[in-house]
Design a protein around this ligand. Structure first.
Ligand SMILES: [Fe+2]
Ligand SMILES: [Fe+2]
Length: 147
């Protein structure tokens, strides 16, 4: 049976792959490919963050009462730190600035890589444990938002 952990981990892997293709396109100066891959990367990462904040973390905070000071609070802070960098990436694509896109991606990954590790090692397992029998219903909500 799929868990919240495995579902969200798979989404990290998928988004990472698109991000790598966007960087390769930026390096090669392949503008149509960069526009396509970067917009897909940004769309999927923003949706992933939205699902975490509005569905998963909200359920976790309600279930555990850890709405302040818990792990989801730190994850929300890190999402907030990513937002201006995502805007920089979008601007670099619009300006066909491959070096700028690569620089912004490096800045994003400094936050995103450890962020995803913390989610996979701590946040998602805590979510699965806290939700117990309700984890599958929550996962169904998540799947419908990804559709
Ligand atoms: Fe996250
Ligand atoms: Fe995540």
């Amino acid at each position: 049976m799929e868990s919240i952990s495995s579902h969200m981990r798979q989404d990290h892997v998928l988004i990472d792959g698109i991000g790598a293709r966007a960087v390769a396109a930026a390096e090669a100066g392949a503008w149509p490919a960069l526009e396509r891959e970067a917009s897909e990367f940004l769309r999927r990462l923003r949706r992933h963050i939205e699902i975490e904040e509005q569905v998963l973390f909200a359920a976790f905070e309600q279930r555990t009462g850890m709405a302040t000071g818990g792990p989801s609070v730190q994850m929300r802070v890190e999402h907030g730190q990513m937002q201006p960098i995502l805007a920089r990436m979008e601007a670099a694509v619009a300006a066909r600035d491959g070096a700028g896109y690569q620089g912004a991606t490096r800045a994003l990954l400094e936050i995103l890589v450890p962020h995803n590790q913390k989610e996979e090692q701590m946040m998602y397992p805590m979510l699965d444990a806290a939700m117990g029998d309700d984890a599958q219903a929550l996962l169904a909500d998540v799947r419908s938002m990804f559709a």
